[in-house]
Design a binder for this molecule. Structure first.
Ligand code: SAH
Ligand code: SF4
Ligand code: F3S
Length: 475
């Protein structure tokens, strides 16, 4: 049996894409290996969102050069966003790469590997650029992949990603995603429902809906429009699915009908990732985010008012073009007052081909970017820790995912799989909880009493005696 090694970087879209590629290759008889040296085919599923993500892949490719010289039959593939972004440049920088395949052509991977094996020629398949045709032509060239799925590639057997939208039309000036993922296209609601039902049939309990701006989802058919909130209501009726999450939300599309759905539907996770990016109007304008800080604050106030104990998380970019100390302090103010459960903070990385790279100088020195990044991270960590401390002495409901990272490492070293082990899971609001339990609890939703907390994790014990349901919070 041919052996496949696959490495995935980037966002959840890529995790899902890798699941689909593995499913297609398993159908062809491949089996997975975690050893790239022993693999017949090595695939990197790549990300272009920051330069660092790209450079990491080129370094990994560099390390494969010798292996390829020793075994010329080894097939090396670069797929995903960097494949679409760099195209032939990948072959120029790493001439021993055999195939370069964009996110819109992933269904062709098995066939392209066969072509490499029969002809020995390099294969390149990518979508059209955003100016290389009509909108329909470009959209079609990015059309995604049949949902052939492979449960073994999922985070756990009872959790799965479901793509409801591909591409993005927001064109934030710093961002490469609209170029590499193409025009925004929403999937037919019936296809999404069919996939959710199939997943439920396979034992999946939690689905996470994916879209770059997931809450901009809209599907028009004749007179009828399906909004994102309508879709969530339909998915809520799928038997077997207990939890529905979704990422990533665009602040301007956080409408009341959506917030009401999140509030009213018990299966809907009370966790909203709504990136602000900056707390300065000048920066938001330069980024072309399409809202002011005032509008973001209004959206956040509405969210906190409508959904009690909702957990909101955000992304911030520091050191974007022209960011002054005052701009940065405005972002700090927004972090301080917003009480985000967590924020992902990134140093601006100029991406060739974006409006930002063309028109806005990357003029904040790296040392300043780094200092701002650390300062914001420290503030957010203090807030996250204080937020988690609120749970001390409370019981929370946890969907148990599996052994904790530490337990998994220890089990791998010992080569043993004990029944009693340290487990990890998540609350309805996406908080990570670690506790000692029994493997049989994996996949179940159980109550955990919290006795300790840091910025990223709650620690607890399984509640064995009966607890009055009103004392258990959603966490
Ligand atoms: N579609 C999502 C995010 C996609 S990229 C959204 O719109 O929120 C994930 C995060 O990476 C972004 O939210 C942004 O904070 C960050 N990011 C995107 N481009 C970047 C760049 N050029 N430099 C640094 N961070 C970037
Ligand atoms: Fe990038 Fe902006 Fe689209 Fe998000 S909304 S993917 S940040 S262009
Ligand atoms: Fe990266 Fe592509 Fe996702 S650029 S963040 S993997 S959509």
């Amino acid at each position: 049996m041919p052996k496949l090694y696959i490495e995935t970087v980037g966002c959840q879209m890529n995790v899902l894409d890798s699941e689909l590629v593995v499913a297609a290759l398993r159908k062809e008889g491949y089996e997975l290996t975690s050893d790239s040296a022993a693999a017949d085919t090595v695939i990197f599923n790549t990300c272009s969102v920051r330069e660092h993500a790209e450079e990491k892949i080129y370094s990994a490719l560099g390390r494969l050069k010798n292996a390829k010289q020793q075994n010329p039959d080894k097939v090396i593939g670069v797929i995903g966003c960097m494949a679409q972004n760099h195209q032939r440049t990948v072959f120029e920088r790493a001439p021993y790469v055999d195939l370069v395949v964009g996110p819109g052509q992933l269904h062709q991977v098995p066939e392209l590997i066969r072509k490499v094996q029969t002809t020995g020629d390099q294969q390149l398949e990518v979508s059209l650029g955003r100016k290389e045709g009509s909108r329909t032509e470009i959209a079609r060239s990015h059309e995604s992949f049949d949902p052939l799925r492979d449960p073994t590639m999922r985070p756990t057997p009872f959790q799965a990603y479901v793509r409801i939208q591909i591409g993005c039309d927001k064109f934030c000036t710093y961002c490469i995603v609209p170029s590499v993922r193409g025009p925004e296209q929403s999937r037919h609601p019936e296809d999404i429902l069919a996939e959710a039902r199939q997943l439920a049939g396979e034992g999946c309990k939690e689905i996470t809906l994916l879209g770059q701006t997931v809450n901009s989802y809209k599907y028009n058919e004749g007179e009828q429009t399906t909004r994102f909130s309508d879709l969530i209501y339909s998915l809520h009726d799928v038997d077997g699915i207990d939890r529905i999450k979704f990422v990533t939300n665009y602040p301007k599309d956080m409408t009341d009908d959506l917030l009401e759905a999140v509030r009213d539907l018990p299966k809907c996770s009370k966790y909203l990732h709504v990136p602000a990016q900056s707390g300065s109007d000048a920066q938001l304008k330069a980024m072309r985010r399409g809202y002011t800080v005032g509008e973001y604050r209004e959206m956040l106030a509405r969210t906190y008012e409508m959904i009690p104990r909702v957990a909101v998380t955000s992304d911030f970019i520091v050191g974007f073009s022209g960011e002054t100390d005052e701009d940065f302090q405005m972002s700090m103010d927004l972090v301080r007052e917003s009480r985000f459960k967590n924020s992902f903070i990134f140093k601006y990385s100029e991406r060739p081909g974006t409006k930002g790279a063309q028109h806005l100088p990357d003029d904040v020195p790296d040392a300043v970017k780094r200092a701002r990044n650390n300062e914001m991270l420290q503030l957010q960590n203090e807030i996250s820790e204080a937020d988690n401390q609120r749970f001390l002495g409370e019981a929370v409901q946890v969907l148990v995912e599996g052994p904790s990272k530490a337990a998994a490492k220890k089990e791998a070293e010992l080569g043993a799989v004990p029944l009693q082990t340290q487990l990890t899971g998540r609350t309805m609001c996406d908080r990570i909880v670690v506790f000692d339990g029994n493997r049989r609890q994996i996949g179940e939703t159980i109550d955990i009493a919290i006795y300790d907390a840091n910025a990223h994790t709650l620690f607890g014990t399984v509640v064995t005696q009966h607890v009055q349901p009103e004392l258990v919070t959603l966490g």
